[in-house]
Design a binder for this molecule. Structure first.
Ligand code: AMP
Length: 399
């Protein structure tokens, strides 16, 4: 059985074609900078097949990105399957399942409607996920599709962590509560961390930092999510590529009155024009920010510093929440690739037993311990693998 896994984010789309029974990976790749200047990577894992690394690929939307993926997979020369018939199912990462979805589900018309109803909860993501599902359905009629939700892992949070200090009926009647996101990723890296440390996950207190275009930090006690930085929507928590993260809600009234904005316009500012993009005025991409900061751009430097400071504060908060921490995990685009940012976040935490190994930290995208041998708290670099978890869930549902 081959499962195509589609992970459509706000500006990037990761894909893998894999066999969930054997774990064999047939091909993987990445569409990056969607809506900017499209970069397409295709890495077939079969002998004799050549990879493709193309810049400036026209990808104004996610539809063109998925079309490029399917064309590459069935390409007569470098494809890994003879035709679409060899793709048995598609597993889609879907960001927000609200309270409707506590587990993965086979997609049908009712499920599509229910996912669409969750769009206001994740305005940057659910629409991209839906475009991904619809593009696949159009190109692959009859192939079963499964939705795997980012909110599921966080359903173990206790009320003290997920309840907002609002009139209680907003929770009871309207289900306004912290949901949390990136659940598949946090769950995967937590399990890998336990394997790397050679300890049962039940005995570990972990803080997982998923740092990418969207970022979240999660406290995982005994393998269960007990708190997480994103909230009712993925707008909360640390500053992100274009999202503000946590802020004083009083700012909304002040700015809306001053500039005559309605709530939709205000939320567009908070979701699409804020974060490191808003502060720097340069880019939402941390690579662009790093280059600008290196050339002396003070606002780019401030944006990076604010992001790192925000993550550091969550680490401190979650160590307090759990009464300690055994390991801190870095994952996702920034967490896996940017040694400077990992160092900036983890330095200054020596008081709580975190001691980095500067040389070990000079690495990208590789599972590795990056703290010093005598560090009380281990710091781990773990590339996330949401795709494998999604493929396994998909296979178990469609079989
Ligand atoms: P993600 O949302 O996980 O795909 O992460 C996207 C973010 O990771 C973007 O801001 C990228 O700039 C950042 N990123 C990806 N590769 C690198 C790298 N080599 N160095 C620094 N940041 C990177």
């Amino acid at each position: 059985m081959n499962v195509l896994v589609i992970n459509a984010g706000s500006s990037s789309l990761k894909y893998q074609l894999l066999n969930p029974d054997t774990g064999e990976l047939l091909a993987k790749g990445l569409c990056e900078r969607i809506g900017i200047d499209g970069k397409f990577t295709y890495k077939p894992q079969l002998p004799g097949k050549e990879k493709l690394d193309a810049a400036d690929v026209a990808m104004p939307t996610h539809s063109e990105a998925i079309k490029a993926v399917l064309d590459a997979l069935v390409d007569p020369v470098n494809g890994v399957v003879a035709s679409m018939k060899e793709i048995d199912a598609v597993g889609h990462r879907v960001v927000h399942g609200g309270e409707k979805f506590a587990a993965s589900v086979v997609i049908n018309d009712d499920v599509m409607r229910a996912i669409e109803e969750c769009n206001p909860l994740a305005p940057l993501h659910n629409p991209a996920n839906i475009i991904g599902i619809k593009a696949c359905q159009a190109l692959m009629p009859g192939v079963p599709m499964v939705a795997v939700f980012d909110t599921a892992f966080h359903q173990t949070m206790p009320p003290v962590a997920y309840t907002y200090a609002l009139p209680y009926e907003y929770y009871e009647k309207d289900k306004v509560r912290r949901y949390g996101f990136h659940g598949t990723s946090h769950k995967y890296v937590a399990q890998r961390a336990a394997d790397m440390l050679g300890k049962p996950i039940e005995n570990l207190k972990l803080i997982s930092c998923h740092l990418g275009n969207g970022s979240s930090v999660t406290a995982i006690n005994g393998g269960k999510s007990v708190d997480t930085s994103m909230g009712f929507t993925p707008l909360a928590g640390v500053p992100m590529g274009t999202r503000s993260g946590d802020l004083d809600a009083g700012i909304l009234e002040y700015l809306m009155n001053k500039y005559g904005m309605n709530i939709t316009e205000m939320l567009t500012v908070l979701n699409k024009k804020s974060g490191v993009q808003g502060v720097s005025g340069v880019s939402s991409d941390f690579r662009d920010l790093g280059s600008a900061a290196a050339q002396g751009n003070k606002r780019a430097e401030l944006a990076i510093d604010m992001f790192n400071y925000g993550v550091k504060k969550y680490i401190g908060a979650y160590a307090a929440a759990m009464g300690g921490v055994d390991a801190i995990i870095f994952t996702a685009g920034v967490g896996e690739n940017d040694a400077n940012q990992r160092m900036a976040i983890a330095s200054g935490l020596e008081f709580m037993g975190v001691k980095m190994d500067e040389d070990a930290n000079k690495v990208r995208g590789e599972e590795r311990v990056i703290s010093a041998a005598d560090s009380k708290v281990k710091v781990l670099l773990i590339p996330t693998n949401e795709e494998l978890m999604i493929a396994m869930d998909t296979a178990s549902l469609v079989k």
